[in-house]
Design a protein around this ligand. Structure first.
Ligand code: GLN
Length: 503
């Protein structure tokens, strides 16, 4: 059986029907992970620990205590701390680091929560800084559609794991696009929820006012199932919302053909003109427009809207995120945990050498930018100014939402690029984030769904941005599209040279 091609609900049904046990499913995925090691999707795999969890899940199932996710394997981005697997955030400074506790997301999904079995930790850009997964201290995760291309970032490993069938679903985090962009580059579905919906407890912090965890899976419905398990208040995260999240799948399942109405009748889709401006690759624009047409066929109306401050999201984000990062990353000093330089003559030199040797180039660049914009004399000119514009960007969205229900546009200006093509020029890489940054700055939910293929055979993603707490509606909209399109069902078949296998 090709278990890696099944959705979460199909896997769940198979487990309930005793067609497969959790141990068998786990072994199946572990086998694929070792077969496709060349993709570099995982940073840590501990087969015995996964199988221990799978046995536990099978006992729950035998006792009749299973929920919809019990026994299904999951992969976690290496930014979530785990007791049993190493937690490195793809940095040398946390090499071999073992956390004394599990992140809230890991706990909620795990065998003592929703019952899922951890397959291991996935590759990412170091401390989630990047758009291509090339900033990992452990080498890039390769795009399974063509291994010469980047997988996107920063949650590249999770996207590759799902796209290549090395996990049925995975967790990711999104500070400025890190769930949506790799999902788009690898042809899967990913959701960044409303800020504060998912606990950040145990998520290695990059930019705390922007970081948000979310699911990366095969379909909107699969992602909704995971959201149901991870959303909810956590008193250990001061920014966690005190709000009953409800069931994210509650709007799915109606048989529209019987109602005589089109499923998306009355839905107003705002199409921001700034998202189709200069710089957008033609093929990406065409695929996104074709999908908008399909939404119209489902009954929706497309309305042109404007998000005039879109361009400013890049300078604003690249001031605020490094500012927060410079503060968050000050804890890696070689004293309490992680890497410590071998040779030093005093404490100052220990700090200097530890941080110089432990952090990669991009992380250092951002610590420098962040320290600069927060320093006396520049704070008002950069940091404070950026905070003000952040507010205006959020207001842009609220103005747009007076005339439409959701916004749609591309996830990124282009499809995945060749490994090495942009890594020499950080600014060129930052510009790739133009469409994904502003929802984070505003705290809005946004998702990415596959909507086409380039002539080179690389996936194209459509972005859906909703108003606060519109996740259930967004999942419903995406689910309708995924009933009439097949992009999300395509699987990569390119040969993975380094591992000698074919997907
Ligand atoms: N590409 C963006 C950055 O490098 C976003 C990363 C993210 O969302 N974690 O900061």
């Amino acid at each position: 059986m090709n278990w890696h091609e099944k959705t979460l609900s199909e896997l769940s049904q198979a487990i309930f029907a005793k067609e497969v046990s959790s141990v068998e499913l786990t072994q199946y995925f572990l086998q694929r992970i070792s077969q496709y090691q060349g993709l570099n999707a995982y940073l840590d795999v501990q087969e015995d620990l996964s199988l221990r969890d799978a046995h536990f899940a099978d006992e729950l199932i035998a006792k009749g205590h299973a929920g919809p996710l019990t026994g299904i394997p999951v992969a976690h981005k290496d930014v979530f701390v785990t007791k049993d697997w190493k937690s490195t955030a793809a940095s040398k400074i946390l090499e071999n680091y073992l956390s004394p506790f599990d992140a809230r997301v890991v706990e909620r999904l795990g065998v003592r929560g929703a019952g899922m079995v951890c397959l291991g930790k996935t590759n990412m850009d170091e401390f989630a800084m990047g758009s291509s997964n090339e900033n990992s201290a452990y080498g890039p995760a390769l795009n399974p559609w063509n291994t010469q291309y980047v997988s996107g970032g920063s949650s590249g490993g999770s996207a590759v794991a799902v796209a290549a069938g090395l996990a049925p679903i995975a967790t990711g985090t999104d500070t400025g696009g890190s769930i949506r962009q790799p999902a788009a580059f690898c042809g899967i579905t990913g959701i960044k929820p409303t800020y504060g919906s998912v606990s950040r407890y145990g998520m290695i912090a990059y930019a705390s006012s922007l970081d948000q965890a979310g699911p990366m899976g095969k379909s909107a419905a699969d992602c909704g199932l995971m959201l149901n398990a991870i959303c909810g208040h956590d008193q250990r995260d001061s920014t966690s919302l005190r709000r009953e999240p409800g069931n994210y799948l509650r709007l799915l399942g109606k048989n529209w053909s019987e109602t005589g109405r089109l499923p998306l009748q009355g839905l107003r889709i705002g199409v921001p003109e700034e998202y189709f401006a200069q710089g957008l690759q033609e093929e990406v624009g065409q695929a996104v427009r074709a999908s908008l047409k399909q939404f119209e066929d489902l009954g929706a109306t497309c309305i042109p809207v404007s998000l005039p401050k879109t361009k400013l999201s890049i300078p604003v984000y690249y001031v605020l995120a490094p500012a927060e990062a410079s503060s968050n990353l000050s804890r890696y000093d070689g004293v309490r945990f992680g890497y410590r330089a071998k040779d030093y003559k005093d404490l100052t030199q220990m700090y200097e050498r530890t941080r110089s040797e432990g952090f990669g180039a991009e992380v250092k660049r951002r610590i420098l930018i962040g320290t600069y914009v927060l320093s006396q004399g520049y704070y008002d000119a950069y940091y404070l100014q950026a905070q003000k514009i952040r507010r205006i960007i959020a207001q842009d969205f609220q103005t747009a939402f007076t005339t439409c229900d959701v916004l749609m546009g591309p996830v990124a200006p282009q499809v995945a690029w060749k490994i090495g093509e942009k890594s020499k020029d950080p600014v060129e890489m930052y510009l790739e984030d133009i469409y994904t940054l502003s929802p984070n700055l505003a705290g809005l939910p946004a998702m990415s769904i596959p909507c086409g293929m380039s002539t080179e055979g690389l996936p194209i993603g459509l972005q859906i941005i909703g108003n606060y707490f519109a996740e259930a509606q967004m999942i419903q909209i995406a689910d309708h599209y995924q009933h009439v399109s097949t992009w999300h069902q395509l699987v990569p078949s390119s040969s993975v040279k380094s591992s000698g296998g074919t997907l």
